[in-house]
Every structure is written in C-alpha cells, then in structure tokens.
Design a protein around this ligand. Structure first.
Ligand code: GEK
Length: 246
C-alpha cells in the first residue's frame, strides 16, 4: 500500500518492554502509512465519508471530525459538501498530530473551511451539527466516558443529522473472534509488517485501544438517543456504522 508519509518501522526492533501506545511525533510522522497498512478498509471508509457528506450535510451547519489525526476525514468531508455556509471542526488531543494536519491542509479559497482544535473530545459540547465522524477514535476513549460522549453528540445534532462511527470490534463467539484476528494479522503481513512488529504493536495497544462488539455499539447508540444505528461497512474486525437523529 503506497502512502505519502515515511514508512512505519516503530515496532521493528525487539524491545525488552513494550510501553503503552501514544500519539506522539514519531507516530504522527508515519501515521498515513501506519493506518493504511493496519486498518483494513481505512481508505474506503475515509473516501466514502465524502459520499455521506454530500448526502447528509445541511446548509449552514457544522461538521465535527473527532479524533481527526492528520485530517484525512475532514478533507473527505470537505470534498463532499454540496451546500453553502458550513464549517468543519477537526478535533484531536495530540498536538503532534495536529501539527502535521495543518501542514497537510491544501490551500483552497472557496472550499468549506476546516478549523483544527486541540481538545479532549470527551469534554466537548457540540452544536448545530449535521455530520459528526468518530473514525476509529471512540475505541481510545475510556469505556466509562463513551455513553456521555455519544449523548452530547446526539444532543448537538440537528434532526436528520448523522454520526459515522468506525471502530475495531470484538466478537462474542470465540471462534469468530480468533478467525477475524487471524485475518487482520494476515492483512498486516500482506502489507509488509512482520510477526515481531505485529505482536509488539498488539502489546502496546492492549490497554489503550478497547474494542467492543457490534451489539454493544448499537445498544449504546440507541441509549444515547439515536433512532437508528446501521452497519454500512465491514472489513474483517473493522466496521462503520451510520447513526441518525430523527
Ligand atoms: C482518520 N479519524 O485518519 N480527544 C481527542 N482526540 C483523541 C482522544 C481524545 N480524548 N483520544 C484519542 N484521540 C482519523 C484516525 S486515529 C485511529 C483516528 C488510530 C485521537 C488520537 O490522538 C488519534 O489522532 C485519533 O484519536 C485516533 O480518519 O490511530 O487507530
């Protein structure tokens, strides 16, 4: 898989102890390569976010891209928007990621503006939104904060507005869980990661990325007040849901 960033070799040397994964400068430098080679379906989900933006973004509304990393989803939403008077609020709590995001923003004059904001999305309020994306971000939010965050997003959406929730998931059936993990690792191997890189990265993410099942996500989205929470994309153990308000 070709990307325009440095190649991710972060976990290629053996470590005596693998520390917790953090979104620091080292990760920000290689991020497009890392996420493209690690998340099956990433490019499809990001590119299709522009189709969903074209369909659902309402005139004079806000779009929130939560956990925006280098701004790939924000740029896709910007390409998709067909209505006037909107702004995209791209939020991340990693200064290193935002620094790279700003550098990568193409200079445009007439496109919907993108505002980059450094903040913890679990502490934010949302307003006047017609599209919110959590593309592979909720999985990094502490479990006990997830429902309140989704409730605040739901409260900030206009009727007819949507939340795109993309996540790594786990499966209740242990045989399916094993199969999906095997296929995910095969995907990473096919993209050039070796077994050491795969296992050290897995240890680093152990207590940082907490996946839940599809059912847990759908139940929580309903509890948070969304009328519907429908699966629109799956590739191995990575899914994307569209949740609608009203
Ligand atoms: C993309 N959506 O390329 N508040 C704000 N940001 C956070 C928080 C938080 N509490 N916790 C984690 N992040 C992106 C990809 S990456 C997914 C999203 C991945 C940020 C974190 O700094 C990182 O940039 C992002 O969420 C997750 O479309 O690396 O697997």
């Amino acid at each position: 898989m070709k990307t325009d960033s440095e190649q991710d070799r972060i976990y290629s040397d053996p470590r005596e102890q693998v520390g917790e994964f953090v979104f620091d400068q080292q990760v920000a430098r290689v991020f497009p390569d890392m996420i493209g080679r690690s998340v099956p379906g990433y490019d499809s989900v990001i590119n299709l976010s522009s189709v969903l933006a074209a369909q659902y973004v309402q005139p004079a509304s806000l779009c929130y891209d939560l956990g925006c990393s280098l701004g790939a989803t924000s740029q896709a939403i910007q390409r998709g928007i067909r209505v006037p008077g909107c702004r995209i609020i791209a939020v991340d709590n990693s200064p290193a990621m935002l620094e790279q995001a700003v550098k990568r923003l193409p200079a445009t004059t007439d496109a919907t503006p993108i505002d980059f904001v450094c903040a913890d999305i679990a502490q934010m309020e949302f307003k006047n939104a017609s599209m919110v994306t959590l593309n592979f971000t909720l999985q990094f939010i502490p479990l006990e904060q997830r429902t309140a965050l989704l409730q605040r997003i739901q409260a900030g959406l206009r009727p007819g507005g949507i939340l795109i929730l993309s996540e790594k998931i786990r499966f209740d059936d242990p045989v399916e869980e094993q199969l999906q993990i095997e296929m995910h690792h095969a995907f990473k191997r096919a993209n050039g990661y070796n077994d050491l890189e795969i296992s050290q990265k897995r240890s680093a993410l152990e207590n940082v990325l907490i996946p839940e099942s599809l059912e847990q996500h759908q139940t929580r989205l309903k509890q948070a007040g969304f009328q519907r929470a429908d699966l629109w994309f799956q590739c191995f153990n990575f899914v994307s849901l569209v949740a609608r308000k009203g």
